[in-house]
Design a binder for this molecule. Structure first.
Ligand code: CU
Length: 1558
């Protein structure tokens, strides 16, 4: 048969099949496809942004043409040029001066002429040099201007030029023709070199002094992922001569030894004088370095779709999203850059751009030890990688091509180099649930716009994100993935990294990234202001014998560049912001705050001869005056001559005044990377993410997200299941449509290879198929495929009920315990919801977990199931000696015994005054206050337009100054139904003495009003009537838009992106047990301490026995008595008990699974918090790992990051904490807490702004600290673990190949922390950057199997140690010595010839510092003890002066080597409320937590086994469904099943009234 006929038939066959499938699929009616409704851009795009646009291909071509015709010298195409030629190295846009642009944008000035910057290499001149020309005007240039001298103060010497692609080719040719042939037998016999089997990686810089151009090349097996296959051979090539014929080998390194040249190596080899370490030949796919999926594709992952199309607009280089607009471009050298970022039309940032990415390596091989890559010189923009739909960015993102001209005369296009998308982050941006005063819920899902590009420079892939949030915050974030670079493992290699393969050393290195942020906050002229916190000692105004330590706001204007330059390791004020000249409504300077997240390692010692070239990396933040002549912090010429840097950032800082000037912030973020086996094949992005946030700080008058169309608000009075009332309830109607997935296309390999015939044919077929499919869709409109089919996953670990050993008590069990107690204690018990203090009652019943040993015997050892027991807390007020008693009651379900455990647990009875305040007690207090208010009717009428019945109170805690006190300040507020009264103080506060068991004896001992203290309400009234009181009249707020209201200010719009699971959830939940992709977790909720997880296993191995929340502390400062005495310990209120129902679509994704929790507290009847825990898989819209290879071979591999999340949200009076526990597919666990809800506030008066910011007419947002404490009982490879710290140090050494020169090299220091005191890290001290829990056994490469703990937090000191209550909240106190990284201990040097030794481990030698204060710990590791189950106690809140549990006592310097260990982790942040905290604090930037990451635990990254892996190469068709499952997506699309919206959160509120109701 004729080929053509065959093809035609084939096509016809396909067409028929498609048509049939199409008809079959669309049988039955189902929702139609999602209708794209293009958004109206709020800011119309008028072409002005083009002033920032990259050059178009036409413009580039014009510039090249112009230069060729105008320079009067011959120009060779840079892709072919010899060093001795002239060529155009690159052409990029030359942006006009800022003043000119602003005249155009803001002042009606003319459009600045468009110009280009051309970099020319003049090798063919008497004085070879690099010259930069500005060429203009475009599109048809008529002039060029040499700007080299003006920019750099002189000509740029030729040796500084970045290495062109062609120079690398010439070097490759040099290797083939001259290097390898000089050692024929060695190459053939040892290297098994066949002409193509080796690949080389360049080191940089290239020498030791200015003028050098001698580069180490490291040789690898030329297989997929060759970066991990070093062969031990490295060659130093001197390619400085312009005559390629003069290039020479100046040194050779093989397996630890140096040789003069290849000939010497050859003769040594031939004579048998070298030690050969032959590397087994790897298969072409690289074996362990391969990114090919190891598991077949399984169920479809969750992904997002846009029910009504994108809600952003993208036109040319301009993006608009909600109130945001900005322009973007891609610099060939520095990468992604954003301009003219505006919110609501007002410019916030003029320029936000990447400047440089630096990596400094340590190794015992010459290439590795001399590598300090400055990626800008290679071209961060030029190496932008074509993005893959569905892995690199969401499938439905918008993709933008980039054009550039560099290293060639041809214009290159990178397809899909940028992506833009809106991402539903699956969590609330803000939310509050109210059951105090009135029942309502308000919230806003966090849906943000992301602009992303990914740069692949050689081995590494950097993911660059710019994120725009609905609250006016911008985030810049960089994540690292791709291949780590490696050295040949030999000798003392373990000083420089971990062994990750037979011959592979993953070398220690730093990643540092520099950004330029040209903020223009409320205009061009800004100042830099720092806010922070200090404790001040004050006498309690109402009780002058007593002292109070209160946080106070410190403020400082940083008025010179020197003051504004913060070194990497120095402390930075926790609030630092660009302040405008203008003020917001509340009188504060409008500002934008910079918040940096970074774990950077030191860059290089300043003594280094090349340090100035990278001196930007000295500073995590430096603010300088903006100058047109300081456009970038570095130069592409710095890489090849760092010894005479063309641009030295340090020179920018010359102590100029920076008040009221145009300022630029230069920000460095980074992390230390010690590669470990899980970096094989790729580094995962989990935990390797750094960057910064720009957040409004008093810039607005309130949180601008209140104007979002996505806001949700409903009250118990409304029918919130009705679509008209609640837009989320509309989703089943508006969003149950078939997502429209375009066909998968990928052009990433196109530029690099010619298309073969086969590809063409397949493409043709695909095209035809697509046409047919489209026709089919068109024909069958309204009859699209049906809804998604739920295919329940097979649980990987069959659930056998064992997890129930950790289960919370069931309602039946709770009822049984109550019944048993009522019948067995022999004393009358009153229901706690009605009990007076002088009654006996059951305060709470919770599960009493069996001892760990017993549980492990049951789970692992075949032991019997431990008896199920309960812990009952009883208040015995009706006894001679009133007290709190704890009983263990068992066995369940029908108890027969109870055991008093109080003495055993606490060493004595718990005094009655320590008991938490119950709801019924608050009711009695409220009645008392109500009664007292009647004594001041005239005052109340005038001050607050109130008769006293329409006010709300807020309790403070603790309650006094010494053990036994029970006197609480209550703050009074205007209560408006449906708003957060917490922000409407009226200035009145009362001190209630409620210690007596007889309620009738309670009284008000103090009254505070507007800065003055009175002994009673009557006295206040008297003073008022006498006209001696200054009254601030606070109007009674009337309408629903009063300050604090969460009602959306704008009508709902199109629904944002939603996540759905085409084949249903991929996790399975049974009882209290979840399994997901190798994970298995038991969960529970303690009524006091909140969510807790047990027996967390990954691939059947237990990693964590217990992971639980312990406590949340909020500590306030104020000039009002309630505020200044507040130190809330939320556990005593009930973190778990107050975790209420979650709202679908805001608190958790709409399609999440929701679980009920039951508890018994302050009542004899068990209560249920419906849907109060949610579990879901979240599409992070980010690659977990990826690499794009255009070196040696063309392929792409990647894995989407999809995370299992377990979440609860606790509403503790005003605050809402979002508790997240996340499980990643690389074996990492992430724990995070976000704070939202209402701030608590004080009445603004006097010197209030010393304690916060004014946020309303009479409202002071009081500063406070949030601290959250977690318990992590890790069991890494068994129960017995040790703690190891690793960090980097620098050592100076003579270059082994050039002894007259020296270099500074990073090395890896390892410390074992052997005692509890060494493992207790105060809040203010740095943690070693790598801290890991190690098991007893090594992994395949001899490293102890470990999990690393990485804390992400920015806490401050909690309390001065002199405070009498410090011990209650200290969760530890340092008493003796401490082990810190970087403390002077010279490394023991190992000679290169020394045989491989064991892994070096340093012991920590003890006392290094003894600070004058005791601090709480950010981390303390202790021996696990059954009698130390929690770090705090519910009794600590009301008697912090005699803490029932003092965590300090846990740390008593016991040995922690090879023991069962617990890590106690404290995370937190300083919160200085500002206008944007009204109505709610937003979660953006108010999130802290920690990671537990495998560290040499596995032999390679376990995510290689994920069924979601994607891989295709130029040989494997990317667009065929058979080879790339992403390509199946369009056909597999189905309409999500969205259940009707339900919410029962208001139904169950017959709870005992929580604190606050009046
Ligand atoms: Cu806060």
């Amino acid at each position: 048969m004729h080929m053509k006929t065959a093809l035609v038939l084939l096509v016809l066959a396909f067409a028929t099949i498609f048509a049939l499938v199409c008809v079959l699929l669309t049988r039955g009616r189902a929702p139609g496809t999602c209708q794209h409704q293009p958004p109206e851009p709020e800011v119309p795009e008028d072409g002005r942004s083009l002033v920032f646009a990259d050059l178009t291909p036409e413009e580039l071509a014009q510039v090249v043409r112009y230069l060729q015709g105008s320079l009067g010298v011959p120009l060779v195409d840079a892709s072919r040029a010899k060093p001795s030629d002239n060529c155009i190295a690159s052409v990029d846009v030359q942006l006009p001066a800022k003043a000119e642009v602003l005249r155009f944008l803001d002042g009606g000035g003319a459009r600045p002429p468009r110009e280009a910057l051309a970099v020319l290499y003049f090798g063919d001149q008497a004085d070879p040099n690099v010259t930069e020309y500005v060429v203009g005007p475009l599109p048809v240039p008529t002039y060029h201007r040499d700007v080299t001298v003006q920019k750099y103060g002189g000509k740029v010497p030729y040796h500084r030029r970045p290495t062109l692609a062609v120079e690398y080719q010439q070097i490759a040719g040099f290797f083939k023709s001259r290097v390898f042939p000089a050692a024929p037998s060695f190459m053939r016999q040892v290297m098994e070199y066949d002409g193509t089997s080796l690949a080389a990686v360049t080191a940089a810089p290239r020498g030791f002094q200015s003028g050098d151009r001698a580069t180490w090349y490291v040789l690898f097996q030329n297989v997929s992922g060759f970066f991990l296959h070093p062969v031990g051979l490295e060659v130093l090539v001197d390619h400085g001569s312009l005559d390629i014929g003069q290039w020479a080998v100046s040194r050779v390194f093989y397996n630890g030894q140096y040789y003069r040249d290849m000939a010497q190596l050859e003769s040594a080899y031939v004579q048998g004088r070298i030690s050969v370490e032959k590397v087994r030949k790897a298969p072409p796919d690289g074996d362990f370095s391969s990114m090919r999926p190891r598991a077949p594709w399984a169920a479809m992952f969750p992904l997002q779709y846009e029910p009504q199309g994108p809600r952003y607009s993208l036109r040319k280089n301009h993006v608009a999203f909600q109130a945001w607009s900005f322009a973007f471009g891609m610099s060939v050298k520095t990468g992604l850059q954003l301009f003219d970022i505006r919110y609501k039309g007002e410019r916030v940032v003029y320029e936000l751009s990447v400047q440089e990415a630096l990596s400094v390596y340590g190794s015992n091989c010459p290439g590795g030890m001399s590598t300090r890559y400055m990626d800008g010189s290679f071209g961060i923009g030029r190496y932008s990688s074509p993005l893959v739909r569905g892995v690199d960015c969401p499938y439905l993102a918008s993709y933008v091509d980039v054009h550039y001209l560099a290293h060639s005369q041809d214009i290159r296009t990178i397809k899909n180099a940028l992506c833009v998308f809106e991402q539903n982050l699956g969590s609330p941006l803000r939310r509050h649930f109210s059951n105090l005063q009135s029942l309502y819920y308000g919230g806003l899902v966090n849906s943000a716009l992301v602009l992303r590009s990914i740069t692949t420079v050689g081995n590494y892939d950097y993911v660059w994100d710019f994120i725009f949030y609905q609250n006016g915050a911008i985030e810049a974030k960089v994540q690292a993935t791709g291949y780590t670079s490696s050295s040949f493992f030999h000798g003392d290699g373990l000083w420089y990294g971990n062994r990750v393969g037979e011959h592979t050393l993953g070398t220690i290195h730093t990643h540092s990234v520099n950004y330029k942020v040209d903020l223009d906050v409320g205009g061009v002229k800004n100042s830099l202001v720092a806010h922070d916190m200090a404790f001040e000692m004050a006498r309690a105004p109402w009780n002058p014998e007593q002292q109070i330590e209160r946080p106070r706001l410190t403020k400082r204007v940083l008025d010179t560049e020197d003051q504004a330059a913060f070194r990497l390791q120095s402390k930075i004020p926790r609030y630092i912001y660009f302040a405008a000249n203008s003020k917001n409504k509340w009188g504060h300077q409008r500002g934008y705050r910079i918040q940096i997240v970074s774990f950077a390692g030191d860059h290089v010692p300043e003594a280094s001869s090349m340090e100035r070239a990278i001196s930007w990396a000295r500073y995590k933040l430096a603010v300088t005056r903006r100058k047109e002549e300081e456009p970038t912090s570095t130069s592409i010429y710095n890489q090849n001559d760092p010894w005479t840097p063309t641009v030295a950032f340090a020179d920018f800082i010359d102590n100029e005044t920076i008040t009221n000037e145009d300022l630029v912030a230069w920000i460095t973020a980074g992390f230390l990377h010690i590669p470990h086996s899980e970096d094989i094949p790729n580094t995962a992005t989990v935990g390797n993410s750094v960057g910064f946030l720009l957040r409004p700080y008093n810039y607005y008058d309130l949180d601008p997200s209140i104007y979002s169309h996505d806001g949700i608000f409903f009250t118990s009075e409304q029918d919130f299941t009705a679509c008209e009332v609640n837009p989320i309830a509309c989703l089943p109607k508006t969003a149950s449509c078939l997502p429209n997935f375009p066909p998968f296309t990928y052009d990433g390999f196109k530029n690099t290879t010619a298309m073969n015939v086969k590809t063409a044919l397949i493409l043709l077929l695909l095209a035809l198929a697509t046409i047919f499919a489209l026709v089919c869709v068109l024909l069958t409109r309204g009859r699209a495929p049906g809804t998604c089919q739920h295919q329940p996953p097979e649980p990987e670990v069959p659930e056998d009920g064992r997890s129930l050993v950790f289960a919370d008590l069931t309602p039946e069990e709770l009822a049984q315990v109550v019944r048993y107690l009522q019948g067995s204690l022999g004393v009358p018990l009153v229901d706690a919801s009605r009990a007076k203090p002088s009654d006996n009652c059951i305060a709470s019943v919770d599960v009493q977990l069996p001892a760990k040993a017993e549980v492990l015997r049951f789970l692992d050892g075949g032991g019997a199931r431990p008896p199920r027991e309960a812990l009952a807390v009883l208040y015995f007020g009706d006894q001679a000696d009133p007290n709190v008693t704890e009983y263990v009651v068992g066995p369940l379900p029908v108890p027969t015994y109870h055991r008093d455990v109080t003495v055993q647990k606490y060493g004595g009875k718990v005094p009655y005054h320590r008991r938490p305040v119950t709801g019924v007690e608050y009711v009695a207090i409220s009645a008392l206050i109500q009664h007292e208010l009647r004594k001041a009717p005239r005052f109340l009428a005038v001050c607050c337009a109130s008769d006293g019945t329409d006010l709300a109170v807020l309790t403070t805690a603790p309650r006094g100054f010494k053990s036994g006190d029970r006197s609480s300040w209550f703050v009074l507020f205007h209560a408006v139904v449906g708003t957060g009264y917490y922000v409407l103080p009226i200035g009145l506060e009362v001190l209630v003495e409620h210690g007596e068991l007889d309620i009738s004896l309670w009284y008000l001992s103090q009254v505070f009003y507007n800065g003055r203290y009175f002994s009673s309400m009557a006295e206040l009234e008297g003073t008022f009537v006498a006209g001696l009181l200054e009254v601030i009249q606070v109007e009674k707020p009337q309408d629903a838009t009063v300050m604090g209201s969460m009602r959306p200010r704008r009508p709902p719009g199109a629904p944002g992106p939603l996540q759905y699971e085409p084949q249903g959830p991929r996790y399975s939940i049974r009882d209290n047990h979840v399994t997901f992709q190798g994970w298995s977790i038991a969960f529970g909720m303690n009524p006091n301490t909140g969510p807790r997880l047990f027996d967390i296993r990954y691939r059947r191995e237990r990693i964590i026995y217990e992971l639980s929340l312990q406590e949340a502390l909020a500590l306030y400062g104020s000039n009002c008595p309630g505020g200044m005495s507040t130190r809330y310990l939320d556990g005593s209120f009930g973190i778990g008990r107050f975790a209420y129902e979650l709202v679908r679509g805001v608190d958790c994704p709409y399609t999440a699974t929701y679980v009920d929790r039951h508890y018994l507290a302050e009542s004899d009847v068990p209560r249920t918090n419906q849907n109060s825990l949610c579990i879901f898989e979240h599409d992070a819209a980010l690659p977990l790992r990826r690499h794009f290879s255009d070196m040696q071979s063309l392929y792409y591999g990647g894995l989407r990051k999809s995370v299992l999340v377990i979440r609860a949200v606790s509403t503790l009076i005003n605050y809402d904490y979002v508790w997240d526990f996340m499980f990643h597919s690389n074996g990492a666990v992430e724990v995070r807490v976000h704070a939202t809800g209402y701030i608590s506030s004080s009445f603004f008066h006097g010197e209030g702004t010393n304690y916060g910011n004014k946020v309303g007419p009479h409202t002071l947002g009081t500063m406070h600290l949030h601290h959250i404490h977690y318990k992590v009982d890790l069991d890494i490879d068994g129960q017995l673990n040790s703690l190891e710290a690793q960090d980097m140090g620098y050592e100076k050494l003579k270059a082994p190949w050039s002894l007259q020169n020296s270099l500074e090299r990073p090395f890896l220091r390892r410390d074992r922390l052997e005692r509890e005191n060494e493992a207790a890290f105060p809040l203010d001290a740095p943690l070693p950057r790598y801290l890991s829990f190690t098991g007893p056994k090594p992994n395949r490469w001899g490293h102890a199997r470990s999990y690393r703990l990485q804390v992400v937090s920015s806490p401050g000191k909690h309390l001065p140690n002199s405070s009498p209550m410090e011990r209650a909240v200290s969760w530890g106190r340092r008493s003796t010595e401490l082990c810190l990284p970087g403390a002077a201990k010279p490394p023991r040097r190992w000679g290169c010839s020394q045989p491989r030794g064991p892994i070096p481990v340093w012991r920590c030698l003890g006392a290094r510092m003894s600070p004058p204060f005791s601090h709480r710990y950010k981390l303390a590791v202790t021996r696990r003890k059954e009698e130390e189950p929690t770090s705090t106690s519910v009794y600590n809140q009301n008697d912090p002066w005699t803490p029932t549990v003092a965590f300090a006592d846990f740390i008593d310097n016991e040995t922690i080597t090879n023991e069962d260990l617990v890590a106690w982790i404290s995370v937190g942040f300083l919160h200085v409320p500002h206008a944007e905290d009204i109505p709610n604090t937003v979660t953006v930037g108010n999130s802290v937590g920690f990671f537990l990451r495998p560290y040499n635990y596995f032999d390679e990254d376990p995510s290689v086994d994920s069924p979601d892996s994607t891989y295709f190469s130029s040989e494997r068709e990317a667009e065929a469904c058979g080879t790339n499952p992403l390509a199946c997506l369009p056909a597999a699309a189905c309409a999500p099943h969205l259940p009707p919206f339900r919410y029962g959160g208001f139904l169950n509120i017959s709870l005992p009234p929580p604190p606050g109701r009046l």
